[in-house]
Design a protein around this ligand. Structure first.
Ligand SMILES: Cc1cc2nc3c(=O)[nH]c(=O)nc-3n(C[C@H](O)[C@H](O)[C@H](O)COP(=O)(O)OP(=O)(O)OC[C@H]3O[C@@H](n4cnc5c(N)ncnc54)[C@H](O)[C@@H]3O)c2cc1C
Length: 378
């Protein structure tokens, strides 16, 4: 029986473990903290998922398969952690986003429509309507609930016999021999997968300076009472702005309203704290005030710092690293929605169901019309 060692228990590592365990492999997963780990990028109340990817069309075309993998997870855990509330894009400038979005959504048969600018204030009383060029509502989008997903995945993996080692930081990886050193002890397998998120460059030297850890800020807010109903019914909201994007997740299914920006700090130490300080928030506050009216009336529930990694193109690096090693570095700002699919693709490659090169190309977002050879097992 093939034995796989996995380093990292975020969405990428847990999904890879699930894909391999489902294929009958013996799997052992090493996580430096608890499972799930509140310090992981994957650990949050909600994450956006959507088919609309603007100019990153290769990623848009991964989404139908990504949704299928999530559906197979919902079947396996017996519940769904997806809220299909749609996404609305508020364009304050357009550098090709609309063209890329409409091309890929047309090709995938996903609906979208303009919202007349003179109807924005009525439908979205919280939005700063001045300066909007276009507003587009898209289907095939909503929110995933990561803490619940990670927790259910951990329980599922336990049921499948995966050995879960917590408080087990891996200090060395030998991708040629399929070995890791954790807590001073050597562990041997046939294949070792590094899915260590923002810490991955400490174990895979070639990643240094290529996938750069980036400390990012988010704000959890409580809206004033007169806007609470509008927020409770709001879709996922994304601002397309010249100085970088802003995204907002409404409070749904027991989560809080969250605002974050898509401007990368490209700095910070993932071992650092998770509280957003004034310096972390210096870009987010002005962007949020420009997007939403009366922001001073909102209460700040939590200013939080989190990490992901940034590559030059925002693409993922998912590839073999030696005779018996794989790297799953899909820890960018858009990696959660695709995390389960990345694990599944790596599982297919390790099981010999798909060429490794194809997985690398798909994960990098370089394939605009993928052809899926096999349906995901229920
Ligand atoms: C603020 C913010 C907002 C985001 N919004 C979205 C969104 O709306 N939609 C979306 O799709 N994506 C979003 N993302 C991105 C997404 O969350 C990440 O890309 C994804 O969760 C990365 O998962 P991962 O498993 O690669 O990394 P992680 O979740 O960080 O998992 C890596 C794990 O490896 C462990 N580890 C590291 N080193 C070692 C070691 N040496 N030994 C043992 N264990 C180790 C860590 O403790 C961690 O648990 C967002 C990210 C952030 C930070």
């Amino acid at each position: 029986m093939t034995k796989a060692l996995i380093v990292g228990g975020g969405i990428a590592g847990l999904s890879t473990a699930w894909a391999l365990a489902r294929r009958g492999m013996e799997v052992e997963l090493f996580e430096q903290g608890p499972l799930p780990n509140p310090r992981a990028s994957s650990y949050d109340e909600h994450r956006i998922t959507r088919h609309a990817y603007g100019t990153m069309e290769g990623y848009a075309h991964l989404m139908p398969e990504a949704f299928r993998v999530w559906d197979s997870l919902w079947r396996a855990i017996g519940t769904t952690h997806y809220e299909p509330c749609g996404a609305v894009y508020f364009l304050r400038h357009d550098d090709g986003w609309y063209g890329g979005m409409s091309r890929s959504l047309d090709a995938m048969g996903i609906g979208y429509r303009d919202i007349p600018l003179d109807d924005v204030e009525r439908r979205f009383p919280m939005v700063q309507a001045d300066g909007l060029e276009r507003v587009v509502a898209t289907d095939g989008a909503g929110m995933l609930f990561p803490v619940r997903i990670l927790t259910d995945l951990v329980v599922l993996l336990g049921r499948l016999g995966v050995r879960l080692r917590t408080g087990a930081p891996v200090s060395e990886v030998d991708p040629e021999r399929g070995r890791v050193v954790a807590d001073g002890a050597v562990h041997e397998g046939d294949v070792v997968v590094v899915a260590a998120g923002a810490w991955a460059d400490r174990l895979v030297p070639g990643l240094r300076g290529v996938a750069v850890p980036s400390r990012q800020a988010v704000l959890y807010l409580s809206p004033p009472a007169d806007l609470a109903e509008a927020w409770a019914a709001a879709p996922v909201m994304l601002e397309v702005r010249p100085e970088g994007g802003l995204y907002t997740l409404p409070p749904r299914r027991g989560t809080r309203l969250k605002v974050g920006d898509h401007v990368f700090s490209r700095s910070g130490d993932p071992d650092g704290d998770r509280i957003a300080h004034a310096g972390d928030l210096q870009r987010l506050w002005p962007a949020a005030r420009a997007a939403y009216r009366d922001l001073h009336r909102y209460s700040v529930l939590e200013p939080k710092a989190c990490f992901y990694t940034v590559t030059e193109t925002e693409g993922f690096l998912v590839n073999p690293t030696g005779a018996a090693g794989w790297l799953v570095s899909a820890c960018s700002g858009h990696g959660f929605k695709l995390g389960a699919l990345m694990g599944e693709l790596v599982g297919r490659a390790i099981a010999g169901e798909m060429p490794a090169t194809e997985v690398t190309e798909l994960a990098a977002g370089r394939v605009t019309h993928p052809r899926w050879r096999q349906a995901v097992a229920a």
